[in-house]
Design a protein around this ligand. Structure first.
Ligand code: SAH
Ligand code: MG
Length: 195
């Protein structure tokens, strides 16, 4: 992986106000991936490919990432970035709404990274659990949503997202197949390990 190229992709994404993974969140996930050496990763929310490119470094030989993005311009830029990073043989983009694409997938994944519309997290979780391998790990970004999720202030316009994120966190914690931690890194990171 060309570090300078990756740094350029990151700088441009930040300039364009694309909500790419935060450094501390990436560090936590990278440590887990380095240990796990996954063969298959599913990502929900590609944006311009930054996180997928970062994760691809930790795949086992012949490992693959499937990632889903609904914004056409971002898909285009992600494809260019993935090529620049020379990882096009490791990353496959599904273009479209994850709500429609997920139910069509029939793969098994060692790792699922949920990083798209917060209002859909409960649905994404159901689909992730359907495809998660035994001992698989789900990471979900932005679960504390700037602190809104833990505060009782719920009059702002994002209250549907907040309600759904809370429902998502409750579902994770009530699920007896999972061991869940919620970390205050970045915008809040949930890590759920299937036993
Ligand atoms: N994982 C990326 C950042 C993703 S930002 C990184 O860290 O580099 C979230 C992305 O999810 C946005 O680009 C948005 O267009 C996309 N998105 C949101 N809801 C979606 C949905 N329902 N289906 C597909 N993509 C979605
Ligand atoms: Mg995010």
């Amino acid at each position: 992986m060309n570090k300078i190229e990756l740094e350029k992709i990151k700088e441009k994404a930040l300039e364009d106000h694309i909500p790419i993974i935060m450094d501390d969140t990436l560090e936590v996930i990278s440590k887990e991936l380095a240990q796990k050496k996954p063969k298959r990763i599913l990502e929900i929310g590609t944006a311009v490919g930054y996180s997928a490119i970062c994760f691809s470094e930790f795949l086992e030989d012949d490992g693959k990432i499937d990632t889903i993005e609904r914004d056409f311009e971002r898909v285009k830029e992600a494809r260019e970035n993935i090529k620049k990073a020379e990882v096009q043989d490791k990353i496959n983009i599904y273009e479209g709404d994850a709500v429609e694409i997920l139910p069509t997938l029939k793969n098994i994944y060692d790792v699922v990274f949920i990083d798209a519309s917060k209002g859909k997290y409960p649905f994404f979780l159901e689909e992730a659990l359907r495809m998660l391998a035994p001992k698989g790990i789900i990471f979900a970004d932005n679960v504390l949503y700037k602190g809104y999720v833990m505060s009782d202030y719920n009059k702002h316009k994002q209250r549907t997202a907040v309600r759904n994120l809370r429902e998502f966190l409750v579902k994770l914690q009530e699920n007896e197949e999972l061991e869940t931690e919620i970390l205050e890194v970045g915008d809040g990171l949930a890590i759920a390990r299937r036993k």
